[in-house]
Design a protein around this ligand. Structure first.
Ligand code: HEC
Length: 158
């Protein structure tokens, strides 16, 4: 083989080798895409998962007295053990270290908790400090009913 021929042979061998590698990569990446069909929205580890437009979402039951009653009953069942009967963050399963963050009556926290944000905070829950998600247990209507009730707990800023 002359010099030209051997360069060509080396190039061909390299090409074949790189093809084999990329074929292997293609196989593994196909396998991993199919196992991650349920992509989750990016979130701070342990924190809330809120869609970017959360605060724009409107409560379909705003001002509805029936929804308020239903929400009160659901709050007793799902939320009271941590947030307490009046939402002060003093339920029996409350975390005393974060009681202020759990106080749903604090007027200073009203601005950062519009209806849509409260909805997604409970819908998705959080890992640390732990608040269980309700999306597996409740319908969206039920979650909005709880929002209707929870927003009546907040004291007005004076
Ligand atoms: C296992 C205890 C637990 C349960 C049950 C629970 N929460 Fe929470 N919740 C927490 C904790 C802890 C925080 C504070 C998280 C933090 O550090 O910001 C919190 C925070 C919140 C906040 C945000 C307050 C703010 O100003 O940022 C809202 C709203 C809320 N909870 C609503 C609810 C509702 C409604 C329910 C019932 C569906 C519920 N939670 C059930 C533990 C709980």
């Amino acid at each position: 083989m002359n010099r030209r021929g051997s360069v060509f042979a080396t190039a061909a061998a390299l090409f074949a080798a790189s093809f084999a590698v990329s074929a292997r990569q293609a196989t593994t990446s196909t396998a991993s895409t199919s196992s991650t069909t349920q992509a989750q929205p990016a979130a701070r580890p342990g924190g809330w998962t809120l869609p970017p437009n959360a605060s724009d979402e409107k409560n379909p039951f705003a001002g509805d007295p029936k929804a308020l009653e239903a929400g009160k009953t659901l709050f007793k069942k799902q939320c009271e053990r941590c947030h307490g009967p009046g939402g002060k963050g003093d339920g029996k399963d409350a975390d005393p270290d974060v009681q202020e963050d759990m106080d749903l009556t604090n007027p200073k926290r009203a601005a950062r908790n519009p209806d849509g944000v409260v909805f997604y905070k409970m819908w998705n829950g959080r890992a640390k400090p732990k608040m269980p998600a309700v999306k597996d247990d409740l319908t969206k209507d039920q979650a909005w009913q709880i929002v209707t009730f929870v927003q009546t707990l907040r004291q007005k800023a004076s």
